[in-house]
Design a protein around this ligand. Structure first.
Ligand SMILES: *[C@@H]1O[C@H](CO)[C@@H](O)[C@H](O)[C@H]1NC(C)=O
Ligand SMILES: *[C@@H]1O[C@H](CO)[C@@H](O)[C@H](O)[C@H]1NC(C)=O
Ligand SMILES: *[C@@H]1O[C@H](CO)[C@@H](O)[C@H](O)[C@H]1NC(C)=O
Ligand SMILES: *[C@@H]1O[C@H](CO)[C@@H](O)[C@H](O)[C@H]1NC(C)=O
Ligand SMILES: *[C@@H]1O[C@H](CO)[C@@H](O)[C@H](O)[C@H]1NC(C)=O
Ligand SMILES: *[C@@H]1O[C@H](CO)[C@@H](O)[C@H](O)[C@H]1NC(C)=O
Ligand SMILES: *[C@@H]1O[C@H](CO)[C@@H](O)[C@H](O)[C@H]1NC(C)=O
Ligand SMILES: *[C@@H]1O[C@H](CO)[C@@H](O)[C@H](O)[C@H]1NC(C)=O
Ligand SMILES: *[C@@H]1O[C@H](CO)[C@@H](O)[C@H](O)[C@H]1NC(C)=O
Ligand SMILES: *[C@@H]1O[C@H](CO)[C@@H](O)[C@H](O)[C@H]1NC(C)=O
Length: 874
């Protein structure tokens, strides 16, 4: 009993001696700490017992220090070599301090070490090779330091028990040592965030149990897919931000335990294969920012446990497979910046847990599916930069978690649903660059968390709500909505107030939606009434708005003015007649400043409607109305009369007489177009052609000489000379000369595209236009009428060569072969008359404007060619 006691005392003494030695070592360690801002080592003092008193120190049964764990203490200094004297140390973990210098070489004797975690310090130098010789080492983490140089080959020379190595976030270069395959117990390594180069290790999965490989953010290159075939246990593979190429290792998705595959920011190519079986554990797939092509494989739906799928920034095509709706656990879906087409599959609404949906910069069309509102936990929805149409689904209010809603750069129409105000978490709301109409709901003022807000480039109207939340974003958030007024825009609301008052007595409301974008306009009359202005012009106020649902909210923004009393001025007539006022099917031509449509009313009246393509140029309604008003007052039997106009700041229509028999151009240059009426251009006998020339000349003379101030046409060409049932000329498009000053005269050349009719002085930069420009164009018409040739024709044989009609006729007349240039289809003419008209044509087209006759003189000269032309009947 006593002997036993003595033995016990002896043992105790021994233990104390050991503890004393270890205490000495620990105090030396503390001695090399130059700063201890949190006092982590305050308890480490001479009087204490290291096993009981020293914070972070753990001893074994034998009283020897086995673990040192000091995390996040910001200790500064160097690692003391004295630690090598701790004969039983198994775990040294100094994560999150500021130790600098290297790992002391004395540590090479620490054969008991099992874990060394020195991550997040300021250690530098090369990775010490001897660490690989420590026979018990299982875990080595030198991450987040400043180690440089290469990972030494010999580190893994023996690799007795190593299970996990991390060097991530250092400045290591060179390649991954092939010797790593010696580590038969290795389950993972983390070499991410270095500057490693070279290829993916060939035998990476020869350590059978390897499950964690992180190589992200290095400079590694070469192929991967062919080197992972033996991997069976892989759970985590990060290859992101390297230069890997070839096939994406999608085959790994079939592994039983794979959960994370990041191949993003590489140069992987090829198509997504059929994923016939996908592991139950697969949760994250990120292959964004590669060069993947082809369609998204619908078989991705086999990865039922998927939480995050990122295919963004590739070259994927095809449609979004509706099968994606089967991925019920998905919380992140990013497909942005691909060439994906089709619609947003409504099935996405079935992913109830979705939090992030990024579809921006694709080529999606169709409407935003209503079902999307079932994703009530969505935090971010970005569908910007597509071709989405239709309205913003009202039911979006279901997404009460939504913080980020970006739908800008689409073709969305309709109004902003006031229910958006229910999304009180919204920080980011961008609906700019769409075709949204209607007023800005003042309820948006409740979105107090907004930090980004943009409604610019739409067709919104009305007063900007005076809500601080909305006002704070300044004018740029509202710009390019011509009908918006009020602060912060510099566009007071006076006019629009008036418009609102008028809306109560509203007369006719026409719904004109999406007109400008598509060019197909369906205009439907909606509201009743009419009133006459003092001038006896029926004036009809018109509003563009959503057709359904929003009753009463129509704000008058357009004005329809009719000059002609013969036009119906009752609502009912417009309703019947304007069902398809600007339907594509009724398109009858594209003029120089607009597209022309034909519209018929129930009572048989037909008018031509020209939609001016000067959107954004004519902004001054008063000026526009004044000028069009003047044009409306012109009366001449050879002018196609203006009958009214429609003004809204987004669309201007000019209504004019519809002339039934096509244009001179049709008859001269198109075969059998009007066959049923006239039997082809043969019907255009000389008498008729001459009458057309005289009629046109008279109309021009009227514009030039009888209108004060003078009206210039500036766009005379055979397509603008319309013919009625009696082949009487009706000159159209004569508004141009008046509208141009509003457009800005520098725009003239752009609109004046009628090749061959343009007077040389107009084509030159100086742009001094006068009535002589019209005379020149009319001269070309005369030549055209006689020869049946276009002003400029390319010669069939040599496409590059053109035949200018004026030069051709001039040459023929000089050489006395004028007969050769008469239209072969022309019948019943006197050669003399034709030659005289040709000569007049040449006189009108001399280069010097001053030498050309005036239109009045032209009329006289023409009448002297055929004195009794009034006898000719159609
Ligand atoms: C650690 O401290 C001792 C004693 O103060 C000193 O001699 C030694 O140079 C220090 N070691 C390092 C690596 O700074
Ligand atoms: C090192 O220690 C830190 C802090 O506990 C820990 O986050 C990190 O995962 C450890 N390293 C390894 C490889 O376990
Ligand atoms: C591997 O390194 C990355 C990058 O530093 C880090 O985010 C990750 O937590 C590390 N993983 C482990 C298990 O150490
Ligand atoms: C990474 O290594 C490459 C050579 O492999 C070198 O050109 C590049 O400068 C290095 N980058 C950094 C940040 O050290
Ligand atoms: C990692 O790579 C990504 C993608 O290239 C890059 O955005 C990021 O800055 C990189 N991180 C570091 C720490 O280099
Ligand atoms: C997958 O993980 C389970 C549980 O961790 C493990 O038992 C199994 O061996 C692993 N499978 C493979 C192929 O590594
Ligand atoms: C994949 O890696 C990239 C860059 O290395 C990183 O930006 C991205 O967040 C990672 N993806 C996932 C899903 O972790
Ligand atoms: C709102 O979300 C719930 C839950 O997903 C769904 O049942 C409901 O139909 C949604 N409401 C609308 C209007 O979409
Ligand atoms: C803001 O929300 C409150 C409570 O729902 C409501 O009473 C108020 O009308 C809203 N404000 C606006 C400007 O819509
Ligand atoms: C919106 O556009 C679609 C087609 O683009 C059209 O069918 C619909 O009538 C338009 N709605 C409104 C309110 O203008």
């Amino acid at each position: 009993m006593k002997g036993k006691n003595i033995l016990f005392v002896k043992l105790l003494v021994l233990l104390v001696v050991a503890a004393v030695a270890d205490k000495e070592i620990l105090l030396q360690f503390k001695g090399n700490v130059t700063a201890d801002p949190r006092g982590a080592l305050a308890s480490w003092n001479v009087a204490g017992n290291p096993c009981q008193d020293f914070t972070g120190v753990t001893c074994g049964d034998s009283g020897n220090v086995e673990k040192i764990l000091i995390h996040g203490a910001d200790l500064e200094g160097t690692l003391s070599s004295s630690l090598a004297g701790l004969r039983s140390l198994q775990i040294l973990s100094l994560f999150g301090n500021r130790f600098s210098g290297g790992v002391p070489p004395e540590f090479s004797v620490m054969v008991t070490l099992r874990k060394v975690n020195l991550s997040r310090n300021e250690l530098s130098g090369e990775v010490p090779t001897f660490l690989g010789d420590l026979p018990s080492l299982r875990l080595l983490d030198l991450g987040e330091n400043s180690f440089s140089g290469e990972i030494p080959d010999s580190l893994f020379k023996s690799c007795f028990k190593m299970r996990f190595v991390s060097f991530s976030h250092n400045q290591l270069s060179g390649s991954i040592p092939t010797t790593i395959s010696n580590c038969l117990d290795l389950v993972g390594f983390n070499f991410s965030f270095n500057n490693l180069s070279g290829g993916f290790p060939q035998q990476i999965c020869s350590p059978m149990a390897i499950s964690f490989i992180s190589l992200g953010n290095n400079s590694l290159s070469g192929t991967v897919a062919n080197k992972v075939s033996s991997c069976r246990s892989l759970e985590f593979l990060d290859l992101g931000s390297n230069y890997f190429s070839g096939e994406t290792p999608f085959s790994l998705l079939s592994l039983a335990n794979l959960s994370y595959l990041n191949a993003s920011f590489n140069r992987f190519q090829g198509e997504m294969p059929e994923i016939s079986s996908c592991g139950d554990q697969v949760k994250n797939i990120d292959v964004s920012w590669n060069d993947l092509s082809g369609a998204i494989s619908p078989s991705i739906a086999n990865c039922r446990g998927l939480r995050s799928l990122d295919l963004g920034f590739n070259r994927l095509t095809g449609a979004i497979p509706p099968e994606i709706g089967l991925l019920k656990s998905l919380s992140i879906l990013r497909l942005e910046s691909n060439t994906i087409t089709g619609t947003i599959p409504p099935e996405i609404g079935e992913i109830t847990l979705l939090q992030f949906l990024d579809l921006h910069n694709l080529q999606l069309s169709g409407e935003i599916p209503m079902s999307l509102s079932q994703c009530q936990f969505l935090l971010e929805l970005d569908a910007s930069g597509n071709k989405l149409q239709g309205g913003i689904p009202v039911a979006l209010y279901n997404m009460t978690y939504l913080r980020h809603l970006d739908l800008h750069g689409n073709q969305l129409n309709g109004s902003i649903p006031s229910t958006l105000a229910h999304l009180i978490q919204l920080e980011f709301l961008d609906l700019s660059q769409n075709s949204l109409t209607g007023a800005i709901p003042s309820s948006l003022g409740n979105l107090s968390l907004l930090t980004h807000f943009n409604l610019s480039f739409n067709n919104l109207d009305g007063i900007i709500p005076y809500e601080p939340v909305i006002q704070q974003f300044g004018a740029s958030a509202f710009s390019n909505n011509p009908l918006l007024c009020g602060t912060p825009l510099n566009n007071p609301c006076g006019e629009s107030h008036q418009a609102k008052v008028l809306s109560i007595t509203a007369i006719i409301a026409i719904v004109a939606a999406a007109l400008i974008v598509t060019g197909v306009c369906v205009v439907i009359a909606m509201n009743v009434g009419a009133y006459r202005k003092k001038k006896d012009e029926p004036e009809i106020l018109v509003s563009e708005s959503t057709p359904s649902g929003s009753n009463g909210s129509n704000v008058i923004i357009g004005k329809l003015v009719l000059f002609s009393k013969s036009l119906p001025s009752k609502y009912e007539d417009w309703e019947a007649g304007t069902k398809a006022l600007l339907d594509k099917d009724c398109l009858i031509g594209g003029g120089s400043i607009g597209t022309v449509y034909k519209t018929s009313f129930e009572n048989g009246i037909i008018i031509a409607v020209k939609k001016l393509e000067t959107l954004g140029r004519i902004r001054n309604q008063e000026e526009f109305e004044q000028e069009i008003g003047k044009l409306g007052s012109l009366k001449h039997s050879n002018l196609a009369t203006f009958q009214g106009y429609y003004w809204s700041s987004t669309m201007q229509l000019m209504l004019s007489e519809f002339v039934h028999n096509g244009s001179l151009y049709n008859h001269l240059h198109e075969f059998n177009l009007f066959g049923s009426i006239s039997g082809g251009r043969g019907e255009l006998l000389w008498e008729r052609r001459f009458k057309i020339a005289v009629g046109t000349a008279k109309a021009l003379a009227y514009l030039h000489h009888e209108c004060k101030p003078q009206i210039l046409h500036l766009n005379i060409k055979s397509t603008n000379i319309l013919l009625d049932e009696n082949y009487e000329a009706k000159l159209s498009d004569y508004g141009l000369g008046k509208l141009l000053p509003i457009l800005g005269s520098h725009e003239l050349t752009k609109f004046h595209t009628a090749v061959g009719y343009v007077a040389p002085e107009l084509a030159s930069q100086s742009l001094r236009y006068s009535d002589k420009c019209d005379v020149y164009s009319f001269g070309v018409i005369l030549l055209e009428i006689v020869t049946g040739r276009k002003p400029v024709q390319s010669l069939a044989a040599a496409a590059a060569k053109v035949l200018v009609l004026r030069d051709f006729v001039q040459k023929a007349l000089q050489e006395g072969t004028s007969f050769d240039c008469f239209d072969r289809k022309l019948g019943g003419f006197l050669e003399m008359e034709l030659v005289q008209v040709l000569k007049l044509g040449l006189l009108c087209t001399v280069d010097s404007p001053a030498k050309r006759p005036s239109m009045g003189e032209v009329v006289q000269l023409l009448e002297s060619v055929k004195p009794n032309n009034s006898d000719i009947c159609g």
